[in-house]
Design a protein around this ligand. Structure first.
Ligand code: PMP
Length: 366
């Protein structure tokens, strides 16, 4: 059976060539006599895999030398819990801009040791827009400002039409959850203090996350914590304070290489524009049969939630989609409806197939 076009939000589609490479490498790594998953993380084979993955990610994202790159087990939620422990002293204020479900999740990872200030929230508007920068109530001297670059469920993303993609926060470092949009376009890393992302959308399989941090921030004392939760210690040990998720790290490395081979972030930026224009065009051009409620200035290019005018059509839509080779379209339970996640590994042809299916479905049920 042919592989379907997979619109799942994460774990998400991986490039077929990456899966094939992993399949080929699974049994034996070169002449090592064992699979890469069976070898010591401190052995020369894996050390090389790890170093190459970091070098490729640095090239892909243009990470400057004064930024450290950590590969850590766990997901974005783990990072959300570790940010205040590493970068906010007890009693400090941290500013959060909440533009959807994942911004709220980030807030929930804070402990009472810090004071949380919601500097702005899109919740009163149903997370359909991002509050204008000049309405944010930032705290002078806050430990950091936290934003969610792309909200995976609500489909809201900082786009140029909103203003600066990396909003100005003065002397207070900007921390951004890039889980669902990392490597989808060139970004200026120097605008951020910390960028973090769970791998399972744009970077590889779930189980590992990437944290990019301006080195000087690692000098902060933060809060009392076990060494394993200390980003500075992790850096000093090359993210190998304990046994790292080697397979996930290796797989992420394959994805980085694939992205570089495909043309890097400028090419994925171009493809993302094309894919998003196709899908939003189909939704907006459907005369109300399909609907996306997000302010066009901040519509995500990665996750596109949409609703059918008649809820009764949802199950039929999903069944037919599956038959047409289109999977993973069911919306998150928070919003209902549908959601198409179209990360870097989703080819333009996959989106064309979805649009053709949507138009055909409308002819039959409109
Ligand atoms: N932030 C964003 C933007 C996400 O999309 C997700 C997962 N969908 C998370 C955080 C939580 O990630 P994890 O499940 O890896 O902890």
């Amino acid at each position: 059976m042919a592989r379907a076009y997979n619109f799942a939000p994460g774990p998400a589609a991986l490039p077929e060539s990456v899966l094939k490479q992993a399949q080929a490498d699974m049994l034996e790594w070169g002449t090592a006599g064992a699979s890469i998953v069976e070898m010591s993380h401190r052995g020369p084979e894996f050390m090389e895999v790890a170093a190459r993955a970091e070098a490729d990610l640095r090239t892909l994202l243009g990470v400057p030398a004064d930024y450290a790159v950590l590969f850590l087990p766990g997901g974005a939620t783990t990072a959300q819990a570790l940010l205040p422990l590493n970068f906010a002293a007890p009693g400090a204020t941290v500013d959060y801009v909440v533009t959807g479900h994942w911004g709220k999740t980030a807030l929930r990872q804070l402990t009472p040791a810090v004071t949380a200030n919601i500097a702005a929230s899109g919740e009163p508007d149903g997370f359909r827009n991002i509050p204008a920068r000049d309405t944010w109530r930032l705290t002078p001297g806050a430990a950091y400002v936290h934003i969610t670059a792309n909200e995976t469920i609500h489909g809201v993303e900082y786009r140029p039409a909103w203003g600066e993609p990396a909003p100005e926060t003065g002397d207070v470092p900007l921390f951004a959850d890039f889980s669902s949009s990392i490597a989808s376009e060139p970004i200026d890393i120097t605008r951020y203090g910390v960028i973090y992302a769970g791998a399972q959308k744009n970077l590889g399989p779930v189980g590992i996350s990437v944290v990019i941090v301006r080195r000087e921030l690692l000098e902060r004392t933060g809060q009392p914590r076990a060494d394993i939760f200390n980003y500075g210690s992790q850096l000093a040990h090359d993210s190998m304070l304990n046994t790292p998720p080697t397979w996930n790290w290796y797989m992420a490395g394959l994805v980085f290489r694939w992205m570089l081979d495909e043309g890097g972030t400028p090419e994925f930026d171009r493809r993302s524009d094309e894919k998003a224009a196709l899908l939003y065009g189909a939704i907006d051009g459907s005369g109300g049969f399909y609907r996306n409620d997000v302010d066009p200035a901040v519509r995500s290019r990665m996750n596109i939630p949409f609703f059918l005018a008649e809820d009764a059509h949802n199950a039929v839509f999903l069944d037919g989609a599956r038959e047409a080779g289109l999977i993973g379209l069911k919306g998150h339970r928070v919003l209902g409806g549908m959601r198409a996640s179209i990360y870097n590994a989703m080819p333009v042809d996959g989106v064309r197939a979805l649009v053709a299916y949507m138009q055909d479905f409308q002819k039959r049920h409109g």
